[in-house]
Design a protein around this ligand. Structure first.
Ligand code: ASP
Ligand code: MG
Length: 434
């Protein structure tokens, strides 16, 4: 058996910048058919021709990951996570092999690598593995041989030597991790939109493309339903200081930079509005008001791996309290039997689940130094007759749960109230935090 020496990715610090290394990630729609793969190949060869050492990370073609998941469930109602990863990691390999062929036809050298061959080492959690190490020796060697390196996104090899996947949208994380490990100057994320917008342009036609957004703002947007970047990739970029440039595959225009707040030339008060219909609201009714009840409820939910988001509790005059919280709709089948048992255990009046909700979130680093944003949110929703059911905030975020049917209008009135179609910047005193 041969053993291979790898280099370790230093924790939390990027590798030495290596001049001219470019990581370019293309999403599923960008490699959706054979012609698009040839177009991507041309783009990669052009970037190589400009003198860059090019590492491309590709997603699976179109919706093929969904198709593979569906296929698994047609064969088995509850596929083993290890085998599911073995199956769904295939889509990205197909894209990379095809792109390598297309690059060869253009007269350039390329090599396709699986995540495992590329040295992406993860923990052992199938379906949402975390990258623990990047051993990039093989990539460096291929780059030194003047090849374009194509790495299958969204996958790695676990410390137990099994194939793992990084969670849906995980190719973004592969790209950022490689950019950090290789000391690339930028991680370019090519997608079917031109960048990060002030709101979903399908809901708000006036939505504007942002020039730049900070890691913290992007984290809040991604966690609140913005789909353009996978949350974990932004966390990774922030921890390793990797600048991300989100841009269009189909247009040669500047996109949106995701960078450190200190590196932004200008700062808007509000950067954008995210909306999310993926959550449901659960309420445990008439819970006796005594110490330890919340712990009794939330511990079993956490142990079941259910991701709880917003929580509200309010004690009524009768000494009872309703506890409401949001959770992913997809977790409801898991949560409902637990809630039924818990409601009985804590002698509550029962429980209810409501899937007809949506979360609308306003994000902006300028909120920290600009009072009155929350009041503006509540006033504009009130004027539109939209009821807010749950509110939660962070220093740079305000989230409101509203009826799902009112989400679109809520996003529109907030976009208008905060004039997000215009470039309203923090200037002078406000920018200085005064
Ligand atoms: N193909 C995977 C997915 O659809 C990973 C990715 O596209 O980033 O989730
Ligand atoms: Mg995809």
């Amino acid at each position: 058996m041969t053993t291979t020496q790898f280099e370790r990715l230093p924790d939390l610090t990027a590798a030495e910048p290596s001049a001219g290394t470019l990581v370019m990630k293309f999403g599923g729609t960008s490699v959706g058919d054979p012609q698009k793969i040839k177009d991507v190949a041309r783009r990669l060869v052009a970037a190589r021709g400009e003198g860059n050492r090019v590492v491309a990370v590709l997603s699976a073609m179109g919706d093929s990951t969904d198709d593979l998941v569906r296929l698994a469930h047609e064969v088995s109602p509850k596929p083993k996570p290890r085998e599911l990863d073995m199956l769904i990691s295939v889509g990205e390999r197909i894209s990379c092999a095809l792109a390598a062929m297309a690059i060869h036809d253009l007269g350039a050298e390329a090599i396709s690598l699986t995540g495992s061959q590329a040295g992406i080492v993860t923990d052992t959690v199938h379906g949402r593995a975390k990258i623990v190490d990047v051993r990039a020796r093989r990539i460096h060697e291929a780059l030194d041989q003047d090849r374009i390196v194509l790495v299958a996104g969204f996958q790695g090899v676990s410390t137990d030597l099994d194939i793992t996947t990084l969670g849906r949208g995980g190719s973004d994380t592969t790209a950022v991790a490689l950019a950090a490990a290789l000391g690339a100057e930028v991680c370019e994320i090519y997608t079917d939109v031109e960048g990060v917008f002030t709101a979903d342009p399908r809901l708000v036609p006036e939505a504007r493309k942002l020039h730049a957004v900070s890691y913290e703002e992007m984290l809040e947007l991604a966690a609140s339903g913005a789909k353009v970047l996978a949350l974990r990739s932004v966390e990774y970029a922030r921890n390793h200081g990797v600048p991300i440039h989100v841009r269009s595959t189909f247009a040669e225009v500047e996109g949106t930079w995701v960078v450190r707040e200190d590196d932004m030339l200008e700062q808007a008060i509000i950067s954008g509005i995210a909306s999310d219909t993926g959550e449901a609201k659960a309420t445990i009714l008439a819970v006796p008001d005594r110490p330890g009840v919340a712990a009794r409820i939330f511990r079993p939910l956490a142990d079941a791996g259910i991701h709880i988001d917003m929580i509200v509790q309010n004690v009524s005059a009768e000494g009872h309290t309703d506890i409401s919280f949001t959770l992913p709709k997809a977790d409801l089948p898991l949560a409902e039997p637990i809630l039924e048992r818990l409601a009985a255990e804590v002698e509550a009046g029962g429980f209810s689940c409501d899937e007809e909700i949506a979360k609308v979130t306003l994000v902006g680093a300028g909120m920290r130094s600009h009072p009155g944003v929350a009041a503006g949110v509540f006033e504009s929703l009130a004027e539109a007759g939209i009821n807010i059911e749950i509110i939660s905030t962070s220093p740079i975020r305000i989230s409101c749960v509203v009826r799902a049917a009112e989400m679109e209008r809520a996003v529109q009135v907030l976009h208008e109230h905060f004039r997000l179609d215009e470039d309203v910047l923090l200037q002078g005193d406000a920018a200085a935090g005064a």
